[in-house]
Write a protein that binds this ligand. Structure first.
Ligand code: PHE
Length: 451
């Protein structure tokens, strides 16, 4: 059907587009709270090791699958090996689980942006501000709906390209702003304690949960194991350096996450004493801590507003790529028009996301496997479905299609320096690690083991 696919212009175009999808709330909101919760330095260490081994292997594989077949996930696996067609379909389910709750957090960002623009920095910095806000029945749902409409409008009007262009300028500005905020935070009295917590691994805090959390974060942050990178790969030109691009995307994605953590985790020590309770805030961490930072800064109101605008942009480029994936899935399967598909998928997101949002307020008694609604969907996608998709991808390529197909694709124009390592990872190390982690995730969720 797809006779001619648009392609990205050269390596940089590709890297920026893929980085736009990769860099988002995963880096700015999710990474810091996981790092705070799972022991700081030890989490960073595990994450970095996983990024250059598992992350590298999977991203190379997915982008090469896409470029080789010229198809998105659903068709790509089918084309490579009929028996593995279902892997593509399974991968496509993941964005349907993530998008609703991603947009709930997007709504929180919009709310904070408006709070800062209207000069309510003092109120936002108060301890109970965030908790009171998300517990309300209607307000968070309204901000969430605004965020969904914003995302859907971009997808319908088709101005993604413009948004992506804008984000290539805004993203570097975001990094600079984060650096400035980092500089401010780490020079506050008491911050060194937090910097140490963040950078020095404490091996006694290590457990299988650390690996599980870091791996789920890796998939999430790099948009892996859900077909997105396959789609991006299908748009990549044959003469673009695949391996080099993967390295750059990984580096940029990890750098932004690392800096976001360096901005937020030491602040927890400065403003909330670094107690276990303060570090364990989970999804609310960024929203509770940063306003305190901005309140104590000169020009904090303006810096805060600028910060949340940039975060909103980073989040939008990611949620657009999520929604886009959902929409193209529906269009392919049901042959609806893009507009119809977008509207219907948006309604689905609105319904499921509203329920997730209410999970912090009127529905906070609803627990699945002991988890609140947002945490449950997060767990289901990141700790269960993505490892399954990643495992099946490794098995499909490692043992059926054979790694040579991927290596040849990578080597079209540049040598594949890590070829031996890649094949070892794909065939042995990654599958073993993924199976273990899946067993662990399920056992923990079922309450068979306690951590
Ligand atoms: N990687 C994005 C982030 O870090 C989230 C995302 C996941 C976006 C999957 C698109 C697809 O925020």
């Amino acid at each position: 059907m797809e006779t001619k696919r648009d392609t990205f212009s050269g390596k940089l175009g590709f890297v920026f587009a893929a980085a736009g999808s990769a860099v988002g709330l995963g880096n700015l909101w999710r990474f810091p709270y996981l790092a705070a919760k799972y022991g700081g330095g030890i989490f960073i260490l595990v994450y970095l090791i996983l990024a250059v081994t598992l992350g590298f292997t999977l991203m190379i594989t997915e982008i090469a699958i896409g470029r080789k077949t010229g198809l998105s996930a659903a068709g790509a696996f089918q084309k490579l090996d009929k028996r593995f067609g279902f892997v593509g379909a399974l991968g496509c389910v993941v964005p349907f689980i993530i998008t609703p709750y991603y947009c709930v957090i997007g709504g929180w960002v919009v709310k904070y942006l408006v709070t800062f623009i209207t000069g309510q920095v003092g109120q936002a910095a108060a301890d109970s501000y965030f908790g009171d806000f998300i517990a309300k029945p209607a307000e968070p749902v309204i901000w969430f709906a605004i965020y969904v409409i914003l995302t859907a409008a971009v997808v319908i009007i088709g101005v993604q390209k413009g948004i992506e262009k804008a984000s290539t300028i805004l993203m570097p500005i975001l990094v600079v702003l984060i650096l400035v905020i980092c500089g401010f935070c780490v020079t506050r009295p008491g911050a060194m304690e937090g910097v140490k917590y963040y950078l020095l691994p404490d091996f006694s805090a290590f457990s299988a949960t650390t690996i599980l959390a870091a791996m789920g974060q890796l998939f999430y942050s790099m948009s892996l194991a859900m077909g997105i990178m396959i789609t991006y790969g299908s748009y990549m030109k044959k003469d673009t350096d695949l391996r080099g691009s993967v390295r750059q995307i990984e580096l940029f994605d990890t750098l932004v996450a690392f800096l976001a953590g360096l901005m937020i985790v030491p602040s927890v020590f400065v403003f909330s004493g670094g107690s276990e309770e303060a570090l364990n805030k989970g999804p609310s961490l960024m929203f509770v801590t940063l306003p305190k930072v901005f309140e104590s800064m000169k020009l904090g109101g303006i810096i805060g507003a600028a910060f949340f605008i940039l975060v909103l942009f980073a989040a939008l480029t990611s949620s657009i790529s999520l929604l886009e994936t959902n929409v193209s899935m529906v269009c392919d399967k049901l042959h609806w028009s893009r507009k119809k598909a977008t509207v219907i998928v948006a309604v689905y997101i609105l319904v499921l996301g509203a329920i997730v949002s209410l999970g912090f307020g009127p529905l906070d008694f609803v627990k699945i496997l002991g988890l609140g609604l947002l945490d449950f969907f997060d767990f289901l996608s990141n700790s269960v479905l993505m490892p399954i998709v990643a495992l099946l991808t490794c098995i499909c390529i490692g043992y059926f299609v054979k790694p040579k197909a991927i290596c040849d694709e990578v080597e079209i124009n540049k040598p594949f320096k890590e070829k031996k390592f890649y094949i070892f990872m794909l065939k042995y190390a990654a599958p073993v690690c993924l199976v273990l982690i899946l067993i662990f995730a399920v056992s923990e969720a079922m309450g068979w083991i306690k951590v």
